[in-house]
Design a protein around this ligand. Sequence first.
Ligand SMILES: [Zn+2]
Length: 206
Amino acid sequence: MLKKPLVLMVCVLMLVLALPLAASSSSAINRLVDMQQIAPNVRLEMRYASRNNFLKQAVYDKSRCLLRAPTAKRLARVQRALEKRQLGLKIFDCYRPLSVQRKMWRIFPNATYVANPRYGSRHNRGAAVDLTLVNRDGQALEMPSDFDDFSKKAHTRYAGASRQAKKHRRWLQTAMRDAGFRSLASEWWHFDDPNWKRYGLLDIRL
Ligand SMILES: [Zn+2]
């Protein structure tokens, strides 16, 4: 007779203990993490923190790569796989605050090149990344175009590049797709987390 209330008490206790756990794990999924803390060997060249971008001016004040925790973990898997081949990733852009998106739109209001801040970019969700491949010394491998080259050379199926550049582009596309990332036909350097729709637009300072 004593067993039933005891079981009930244990169940209630488990439920009470599980609630804060569930809440903290969902907020862990939603939080932005610093990519270099997840994968310290990843190299950064945050172009929008410098003038070396198509806007010709810095729109960030910090050179940091922040991503949603699951996106960062997925990207760390790519880095580990590449390191086995004496290769690595060099990142150009990660999470981009919505206020920065508005700034970019003010400078260059052309929806072909810049996502309209009214709808936001997947970068504003912390679920997209722009990157390239480097060798073990950190030197970028030849690609069909520079980052943010908005000509047809940037297209993932552009056939006019050198054999080397096409091979490197294929390596990058394969490495990212193997980890589940989705590529963009118009930009060989851009990849989306397959679950990007789960994440809302954010405006948190870098
Ligand atoms: Zn991008």
